[in-house]
Design a binder for this molecule. Structure first.
Ligand code: URP
Ligand code: ZN
Length: 567
């Protein structure tokens, strides 16, 4: 028996594709405007007041709320085979959670097995994702080996498959050596792609792990001990130096310390194209080294000053992006590393909570304004990965990936209510002001009055073309839209914003040298007063590992800039 076809009157036929968001304040990186937004067939068609709208259009009242671009999370690992297991959020569960939290695009990492064709691996990732995603997604491709075949396939990925970024790990078994990094960065430069870097000195971590185990350290505290801050800062410095030899644009994917951000700042000299992403976990949490559930790399730092330091660099545009590094393993999976910290699968959650946590810690706490919030949660990622202004802004012609953000409502993060597949949440109990009341994904209301109505397969793969104007022709950016600034604070503003926060970075850096000779932080600074010893403490990695202790200069500058203020 055939199903009867209902006749829908013509004026109602596309009513579900039409949406008017009224009375809100749109937020872009450069301005906040009181205006309505009219959406049709997944695209923003009109902005302004008193718009002429077809009958039958659904109206959402956004009075007292912000209307912001959907978040873009540039760092996720869905259904990722890693450290002998697989992360449990697949592309359905992970993107559903993303949408619940106000993120409307993710960029996941294809990570080929060593020696595997990067093209085949890309196809495999497309297969895992295409039918499952609830929001749009793009792909970065990791280079886990380096040879001529990889070089050739990079070109194919760029020219035929919409990939414009390649990731190089400096840690894990699949790290690239310095000369390989050189080759890979150079190839990225030739193709107009972006080189992304996981910066940690993997060989030294390995040595530290061996030594710690020999001393009988087996618990989760060994993880951070084997990867002190300078292990990251050294790798950041090295990657910057190498990228400068071949004039390549690079972006660090998980900056977790003030030392590393300071290193990036030193290398951001005229002509250098160096960007930095930090992670929501680093911005909001102080690591508890005994907790295996929060093990990720680089580690969540137990130094309580770190989140404020990183906020400083993010507010002042030394760092531009925020990601989640969402890579979820259950308690049971984490237990694989019981008795051997080096076997704890690395990774934490964040794709669902990134938008709320960053609003809470950044905007609600008064460090950044809503414009900078938009810049660091979507616009800068859209620009760097070349999907701007299609995404990352509220503009006529842009995809209708929109969040109606209610800054007056609060929610408490809990594993009892979250939408991810693990049985705990690293942000458990955090109260966040700012709730995504409506989340519109390509014109469809997927969170409706806070009720999640994500649709499997509604998202699609979005190509990220090479030669992003933001990187390679910044003078052209004004033609795309007219950003007046990117919401970044100047030094005085930053100092004022941070004035209420007691922090003393105590970075350990060498005096300013010519850029060509920037040296590496070679020791950890003195432990700030009141800071917990990470192991309460039978063992000190820096002493036992004979880490060279050069004299440290106590820096009196705020993160992100010099100041004559309270610093
Ligand atoms: O620890 C993490 N972040 N796991 C995922 C792989 C990576 O390092 O990005
Ligand atoms: Zn990652």
């Amino acid at each position: 028996m055939s199903t009867p076809v209902k006749k829908v009157p013509i004026h109602l036929q596309s009513a579900q594709n039409r949406l008017l968001i009224k009375n809100g304040k749109t937020v872009n990186e450069n301005e906040i405007v009181e205006q309505d937004v009219y959406v049709e067939d997944g695209i923003i068609k009109q902005l302004g007041r008193n718009l002429l709208i077809p009958g039958g259009t659904r109206v959402i009242d956004a009075r007292g709320k912000y209307v912001i671009p959907g978040g873009i999370d540039p760092h996720t690992h869905m259904q990722f085979e890693f450290m002998g297991t697989t992360s449990v959020d697949d592309f359905y569960q992970g993107t559903k959670a993303a949408v619940a939290g106000g993120t409307t695009m993710i960029i996941d990492f294809v990570v080929p097995k060593q020696g595997e064709s990067i093209l085949d691996s890309y196809y495999a990732w497309r297969q895992k994702a295409d039918d499952k995603v609830c929001c749009d997604y793009g792909l970065h491709v990791a280079l886990t080996s380096w040879n001529d075949k990889v070089k050739g396939e990079m070109k194919t990925l760029c020219e035929k498959h919409g990939v414009n970024s390649f990731k190089m790990f400096m840690a894990y078994d699949f790290y690239l050596k310095d000369d390989e990094l050189y080759g890979a960065f150079q190839r990225c430069r030739e193709l107009g792609a972006l080189a992304q870097v996981h910066a940690e000195n993997g060989l030294i971590i390995k040595k530290n792990v061996e030594k710690l185990k020999a001393f009988g350290v087996t618990g989760p505290e060994g993880h951070e001990m084997s990867r002190p801050e300078c292990i990251e800062a050294e790798a950041v410095n090295r990657a910057c130096v190498i990228s400068k030899q071949v004039n390549a644009a690079i972006c660090f994917d998980n900056i977790s310390t003030g030392q590393s951000a300071e290193m990036i700042k030193k290398h951001q000299t005229p002509g250098a194209t160096i960007y930095g992403t930090t992670l929501v976990s680093n911005l909001a949490l102080v690591g508890d080294s005994q907790n295996m559930k929060t093990i990720t790399s680089p580690p969540l730092r137990s130094n309580p000053d770190i989140p404020d330091q990183i906020w400083g660099y993010l507010a002042s545009d030394v760092l531009q992006l925020t990601g989640s590094d969402h890579c979820t393993f259950t308690r049971e999976q984490k237990e694989m590393g019981k008795g051997d910290f080096s076997k704890i699968p690395n990774g934490v959650n964040g794709v669902e909570d990134r938008m709320s946590v960053i609003w809470e810690k950044g905007v609600h706490s008064g460090i950044i304004d809503p414009c900078r919030y938009v810049a660091i949660t979507s616009t800068n990622a859209a620009k760097l990965f070349n999907v701007y202004p299609r995404k990352g802004c509220i503009a006529v012609g842009s995809d209708a990936d929109i969040v109606v953000w209610n800054p007056s409502k609060t929610r408490v993060i809990s594993s009892k209510t979250h939408n991810i597949a693990i049985d705990f949440n690293i942000f458990e109990g955090m109260e966040c002001h700012g709730v995504p009341e409506y989340v519109i994904v390509n014109g469809r209301v997927c969170v409706d009055e806070e009720q999640l109505r994500a649709v499997q397969g509604h998202g699609k793969f979005v190509e990220t073309p090479c030669w992003a104007p933001f990187i390679y022709a910044p003078e052209k950016m004004d033609e795309l839209t007219a950003p007046k600034n990117n919401g970044a604070l100047n030094e005085i503003e930053l100092t004022n914003k941070l004035a209420k926060i007691e922090l003393e970075p105590k970075l350990c850096i060498t005096p300013t040298l010519p850029d060509s000779a920037i040296s590496t932080p070679s020791c950890r600074g003195p432990r700030p007063e009141g800071q917990r010893n990470i192991q309460d403490s039978t063992f000190s990695i820096s002493e036992e590992l004979d880490v060279e202790r050069k004299s440290c200069i106590k820096v009196k500058n705020p993160p992100g800039g010099k100041s004559s203020g309270f610093w």
